[in-house]
Design a binder for this molecule. Sequence first.
Ligand SMILES: [Mg+2]
Length: 225
Amino acid sequence: MIKAIVTDIEGTTSSIRFVHDVLFPYSARHLEQFLRDRQARPDVAEQLAAVAETAGLESSDIAGIHDQLQNWIASDTKATPLKALQGMIWQEGYEKGAFKGHVYADAAEAIQRWASRGIRLFVYSSGSVAAQRLIFGYSEAGDLTPCFEGYFDTRIGHKKEPASYQTIQQTIGLSAEEILFLSDVPAELEAAHEACLGVMQLVRGEPVESQDKFPIVADFSEISV
Ligand SMILES: [Mg+2]
């Protein structure tokens, strides 16, 4: 019997396009102004210093730091200070209503229904925990964060490694068979399956690879637990 569900975000609860067409362009567009306006804020200064150290720059060299960050964006380098700064810029965007977190209607409905039935809900995404809280906190369906008990990102391990799912299972404190993992990526399902979790693939009609080893659903309304 399934007592907990761990879900991926991109391609599972939410459109892959939202991240690539809305979030990333927004942070790239606002990055330079954000660095200039917020450089004295301690959490921003900490990330500026981290970028400066990596790139061999002075932490007061905002233009140089901005160039380095734009290089990381262009080369899709998932550097920790870049992710942290993007998260801060997105938070401002969500707070001023520049966009809402995209969550498919079927996912929002199921998340609320499962939570009300006492099924424990968790997120496991390669986006930072801060970014995960924002997408559900400012979603088109309202604040969904009360439905979730916990959030995991790649700090606990990578999504294609079984050990990550063992850590999640131990943190949740249920047996592996009582936990269902939802994702659109077969290699993630394989890793979770190796850790003995139940798995299901979301294939939402976006161009993603499919498999015939695990159950496939088109949306959350087809998931019965
Ligand atoms: Mg995904």
